[in-house]
Design a protein around this ligand. Sequence first.
Ligand code: ATP
Length: 935
Amino acid sequence: MDSQTPDIKEKILFTSPAEACHLMGSNMRGLSQEEADKRLEQYGKNELAQKKQTSMLKKFLANFTSLMALLLWAGGVMAILSGALELGIAIFCVNLINGLFSFFQEFKAEKATNALQKMLPAYARVIRDGEEKKILATEIVPGDIMVLEEGDRISADARILQSNDFRADQSTLTGESNPIRKSSDALQQECSYLEAENMVFSGTSAAAGTCRVLVVSTGMDSEFGKIANLTQNTEKSLSPLQKELNVLTKQIALIAFSIGLIFFLIAVFLVKDPWMESFLFALGMIVAFIPEGLLPAVTLSLALAVQKMAKEHALVKKLSSVETLGCTNVICSDKTGTLTQNEMTVNHLWNLRAEMTVSGEGYAPQGEIRDGDIVVTAQNSNALRLLLSGAALCSNAKLLPPEEGKERYTVLGDPTEACLGVVAQKGGIDLDTLNQTFPRVMELPFDSRRKRMTTIHQLREPFEGSNRIAFVKGAPKEVMELCQRCYDGSSSRPMKEEDRQRIMQANDTYARDGLRVLAVAYRPLRRDDETLPESIREYTPENVEENLTFLGLVAMQDPPRSEVKEAVRLCRSAGIKIIMITGDYGLTAESIARKIGIIQSPDARVISGVELAEMDDTVLKEVLKGEVVFARMAPEQKYRIVCALQEMGNIVAVTGDGVNDSPALKKADIGIAMGITGTDVAKEAADMILSDDNFATIVRAIEEGRTVYNNIRKFLRYIFDSNTPEAAAPTLYLLSGGMIPVPLTVLQILTIDIGTDMVPALGLGAEHAEASVMQQPPRSTKERLLNKNVVLVGFIWYGLLGTLFSVGGYFLANFLNGWPGIPLAAEGTHGYAEATTMMLAGVVFAQMGMAMNNRTDYESVFKRKLFSNHYINAGLVIEVVILLALMYIPFLSGIFNTAPISWIEWLYLICIPFIVFGIEEARKKLLRVRRAKRS
Ligand code: ATP
C-alpha cells in the first residue's frame, strides 16, 4: 500500500468504502496504534514544510541598516572626519546599543508570539484499535479513520466512508463558497480530483453534519500541501499602534533635524561660533533627540501583554487585538457556556399528564424523579419511559465516571445532551442496554438554525406498526409546531389547540426561572408512508421532521458563572455595554440577563429572531441604544446586529462558537471564540480565543488592553520628560549669546538618553493596571498616542520641573565656586566640569522622581507598593551607579567632562526626587478631587 501513488488515489474514488479501506490497508475499526506509529515513521508528520525563516543574522543586521541607523552611521563618520573623535565614537555607541536593544526586544517579542502559536495546536478525532481517540492533527497517518463533525477543520485528504448529511466548505481550496454535499458512494464517472463528492480535503472544514472518513494523503502530499507555498506567504502586518509609532518616530526625528538645523544656524550666525563646532553641536543634539528604541520597546510591551493574557485564559492571535480590546465599548455575548456554566442538570420533566421534579446534582446519575410524593420510573410509567428513552437516544454525549481519587462525573460532548443520559439513568434506564436495543441507523445532526436534532433507530419489535423510529429533540416551540399528535401514556392521540397552549405555558413557566427547555417527540417511520423516501440515505430534516408525536418537556438548569456578575458590574463602570445574543428562548435569556445584571431597567427589550427579521435598520439602531436581549437568533442575525453597532460608531467584541458564527466573528472588531466548546472554524475566524469559555476573561483582557496602552503612554511621557532640560541647555547658551557656557554637553545628553533613562522606561511599560482603569470610558479609536496629556504633562509640566532643578544645580555649582562675584566657569575649567556634572545629575535625579510619578496617572503612587516594580528599582540603582562612575572614575570624567561634587551639592541632588515626587502627588490629589466633584 502506498497512498502517495496517484493510481491508488484515483482507484479509491471508484470503489466501495470497504474496498477503499482494503486498498489503504485499513478497516472500519481503524489502524492499530502500532501500525499507526509505523506509518508515522514511514510517511512523516502530517504538516506542511515550513517556509525558510529569515536567518538570525539577517534579523540582527536589519537593526543596524534601517534608514535611521544609516543616518546615524553617516553622522558618526562625519564627526570623526571633522576631528571630533569622541562624539563620533559616542554616535557609533548609540547606534550599537540601540541596535542590540531592538534586536533583543524583537527576539523576546517573537518568542512570546511563537509560544502562543504552540498553545493553539490542532487536534483530530480518529478511530484506532476500535476506539475513538483525540490526537494531534500532526500525527494523522494514511489509513487512519477520522471522525468529523460540523465546525471541524479537516487535516488530511480523505475518502468518505459514512456520511450523515455531511457538507464541506472547500472555499479555501476551490474558491467555491457554498458548502458541498458529500457522500460515501463510489463515483460513477470521471471528474477532477477536487470535485470528487466522496472526498474531503486538508485545509477545508466541515460545514454541517457528521461523517467518518479514511485518510488517503497527509502533509505535503495532500492537495493543500501542493499549494502550500501560496498560503505560507502570509505577511506579518504591523498593528495600528506600531504603525502609529513608526510615523511618530519619523515625526520626532524630523523635529530633531529641524531643531538641530535651527541651533546650527543660530550658533553660526548669531553667536558667531565656528561653523564646524556648530555643526558637531547640532549633530549631537539630533542624535540625542531621535527616539530610536521606541518601536521595539512597544512591540515588546504588546507581546508581554499577550503572554500575560494567555496565562489568564485569553489567547490573542494578533498583537493589534490588544489595542482594539482597549477601545472596545460593546460586547455581544452569547449565553450558554459564556455567561452560564454550561453544566446542565435536568430538574423538571413535563408531559401532558404530569409535572415531575428531578433530584440530584451535577452529572452524577444519582437522584429520583417524583410526581408529587410518588417516585416515578421508566418501569412504572410508559410515558416517562418513552420520554427518557427518546431524549437519551437522541444524544451523542458520553458520561464519564469520576477519575480515581475524584468525585465528579464529567462529560464528553455537548452538556445539553449529556444531562439527558443522566436523567434517564435516574429514571431507571440502563444506557448501554438502551443503545443496544435501539441501534441508531442515522442522525440528522443538530443545527442552530433548525434548533433541533433527530436520530433514527431500528426497532426489534414493531411499534405503532413501524420497524424504525425517529426521535426528535429541540427548542419546544419549534418542535411543537411539527407535532400533530401527542402521547398520553398508552397510545398517541391527535393534538388539540388546548394541548399546545398547555405546553407553551409550561415551557414559559420554566423559562421565566431561567431554565433551558427542550421538547422531545417521535415519529414511527413506516415503510408504507408515502412522505418518506425509500432509501435510508435519503432521509433529510425536511422529510423526517414532520407529523411528530409530542412526548414531553425536559427543563434543565444552567446556573450563571459565579464571576460573571462582578465582571458585568465592571463593564458597566468601564462604559462597556453588554448585549446578550443567544439562540435560547426569550424568557430564559431575559431571566439570566437580569440575574447577572446585563439588563436592569424594567423597559429593557427582548427581541426574538422573528421580530428582528421584521425590523428595518433604523429601528434596530434605535433599539440598540437601550437595554436589549436578542433571543432565538439565527447566526446571520448576529452578523446584522454587529454591522448595525459598527455603523453607530461602536468598537464591537463578539463571542461565538459555531461554524455559523464565523461571519460575525470576522466582522467584529474583535472576534472571540470559545476554546472548549468552540469549533475549529470559529477559532480560525476569531482574533482571540478564551481557553476557559468565560465571559469574565474577556473583561480581564479588556483591562489588560487598556493598561498596555496607558503604560506605553507612561513610557513615552517618561522619555520625553528629560528632553525639555536637554533642549534647555543649548537654548540657554544660544539665548545668552554664548555668555552662559553650554550647561550640558552632547555626550552628557547621550548618557541620559541611552544610559540612565533606559531601564526605568522599560519598568513603566510593565506597570500593573490602575484601579481606575475600569472606571473610565473606553478610549476613542481616534485618540492618538501622543495626545495633549502626554505633551502637557511630559514635555511641559515634568519637563519644566526637571529644567528648574537641573539648571538650578548648574548655577548652584557656580555659586559655590564664587559666582556672581566671578563670571560663570568657562569651558575647559574644573569649575565648568563641576557645573555640567550638577546639570547632568540634576536631570537624572529629577528623572528618578519622575519614574516613580509616571507609574500612575491619577492614583497616588502610595496606593501601590512603592518599590513593587523591580525594573524601576533596578533603574534607580543603575542611575546612581552611572553618575558615581562618571564623577569618580577619572578616565570617564575625562571623556564625559564631569567632576566630583561637594557634600552640599549631594544634599541638593538628594532632595530633588523627593520634591518632584511630593509636588506631583499634590497635583494628582487635586486632579482626583476635581474628578470626584465632576462625577
Ligand atoms: P447560546 O447561543 O447562548 O450559546 P444556545 O446554546 O441556546 O445559546 P444554540 O446552540 O443556537 O444556542 O441552540 C438554540 C436552541 O436549540 C437551544 O435553545 C435549544 O432549545 C436547542 N438545542 C440546543 N442544543 C441542542 C441539541 N444538542 N439538540 C437539540 N436541540 C438543541
